[in-house]
Design a protein around this ligand. Sequence first.
Ligand code: IVH
Length: 670
Amino acid sequence: MTSAAAKQRIDQLTDQINHHNDLYYNKSKTEISDFEFDQLLEELTKLEAEFPALRLPDSPTQRVGGTITKEFASVVHQYPMLSLGNTYSPEELTDFDGRVAKGLEGEAYEYFCELKFDGVSISLIYENGLLTKAVTRGDGVRGDDVTTNIKTIRSLPLRIKAKDIPARFEVRGEVFLPKEVFKQLNKEREDIGEETYANARNTASGTVKMQDSAEVAKRKLDCFLYYLLGEDNEVETHSEAINKLERWGFNVSPTYKKCKSIQEVLDYIQTWEKKRHELPLETDGVVIKVNSLEQQELLGFTAKSPRWAIAYKYKAESISTRLNGITYQVGRTGAVTPVAELEPVFLAGTTVKRASLHNANEIARLDLHLGDYVFVEKGGEIIPKVTGVDLAKRNASVKKVIYIDHCPECNATLIRKEGEANHYCPNEKGCPPQIKGKVEHFIQRKAMDIDSLGEQTIRQLFELGLVKTPADLYYLTKDDLLRLDKVKEKSAQNMLDGITASKAQPFENVLFGIGIRYVGKTVAEKLAKHFKTMNNLRQATYEALLEAPEVGEKIAQSVVEYFKDADNLREVDRLVSAGLQFESNQQEPELVSSVLADKSFVISGVFQNYERDQLKDIILAHGGKVSSSVSGKLDYLLAGDNMGPAKREKAAKLGVKIISESEFEALLKG
Ligand code: IVH
């Protein structure tokens, strides 16, 4: 393909993909299937790899991330990012209204009310319609440049097409993890034995500062915009600015309202006090802004916050109820979670009967006694949480909670590893919830995707002694399944068909499904790609594992331990005999050129613009070879930062050419 033809096609694909992205994320509509969409994106990715210079600054391929940032550059805000004063009662709000009225010396004014989104504030700079910078709040004066991470947010326009945009403007808003995404993320972490995150806000904040933008892309952040700044915006009120932002394609929460008086503001606050729980993100109050920009200017700022705006914070609803008892749940990984069994109470929209107490430390911290009256709140507005004991109501006869020392399910003696908060049941192969949990993990969509089986079926199969490990599923007969409650010929066949079909699931799904601790889907994908076959992975040493992308000491150790266990090896062998996929069918990248033909590379260290396996793909795609150790026959050592000195010395001694990332890029251009 000629460069001109490539340019034309790249432009066309970029337009098409942007159009479909906008439809999907901002208008909840689709015109093409996911498959067709992925194909467009894939074609664009390939063309960009072949013609890196033609990649457009608003290329939608940036949505999937891929760049690594080692250190975020510090950027001074053109307009400082201030905070807001807080109020907690109608009286305090009426005082604020009094100060506004006084400041405006009798002029009429209006308010604009928005919800206060509980996320991470971000400032976006657009130049000639292009998103050029995204900066965190930092200390208000200077923040971090997190542009590559923010560009992965699908609802955010990378380029504005509208005609009436100023050459430069700034938009501010709140980046957040939708409640559902947060819940799902925690479920996935629990599933692989990682500790869960405490709340969506901190998780969003951590995500914005992750080094690998591809990981950020997977987290599915979203963003609401609520503030337009700049010199040439041609708006006179905040509501006009918000309308402009909407028209320019920004994601603005539709929950705003213009209010003519402080009474209307108070009504708005009341309306949303309950209704806000139905929103897809967490909110912790209302922001009230004077609508006229001229009046805003007149009122001005104090050192910390504007005089023309204020936040009203909802009280975290708290209620006292009786602690009837404590139960203990055992998860797939053996982690034990204590749960408070409460006298049912109605709180923030739902009846609460139970609340997680996390671990023994938390019970000690709260000094819980059975029969205590405890205060319950909804942490992050969703998950009920015990926040303290109502000591005034404590009865003299209550007994201190003593943490169990034996597994409530299998009676094994619990263990608690040095430095870990959780107790574990070590009876991995004999403890019912651990066994059932492993099979449930195995059949889930991201693993073997056997949706003809469910939790209840797994429970019964286990109780009948038919399934003790995932591999047992592949040796079930129709007669076995007909022993299950209410299962007739047709559904038994359906289950068998589902089990058979799952044999076609790719190696990375199998690897995730067998449930090696800390090996989540991403790591399973990287391991499958790196080691290609189960046999290679099985024989990999701790050191060899550390060479794989995304694999640190904890994961490497866990993989080594897994394959040291004879039962695990037998289980894998049975899965092999059943005909599951144990070789990666991820294709080698197609050759895009042969500029690196017959050249061999060792890649070492950390790079500014690429992940190591991306570099590997690029080298292979241009006809080169990648090896792991430096020898006299090697052509190039591609050196990033923090490369081990031994490699560098060896390369220098053997006369191997050491090149940097930019020299490599030059090499590619021929
Ligand atoms: S306006 C000059 N509107 O709350 C102040 N802020 O406590 C401009 N926030 O840093 C901020 N929702 O991160 C504004 N609808 C909203 C908001 C909002 C959440 C955050 C924002 C700000 C913090 C102040």
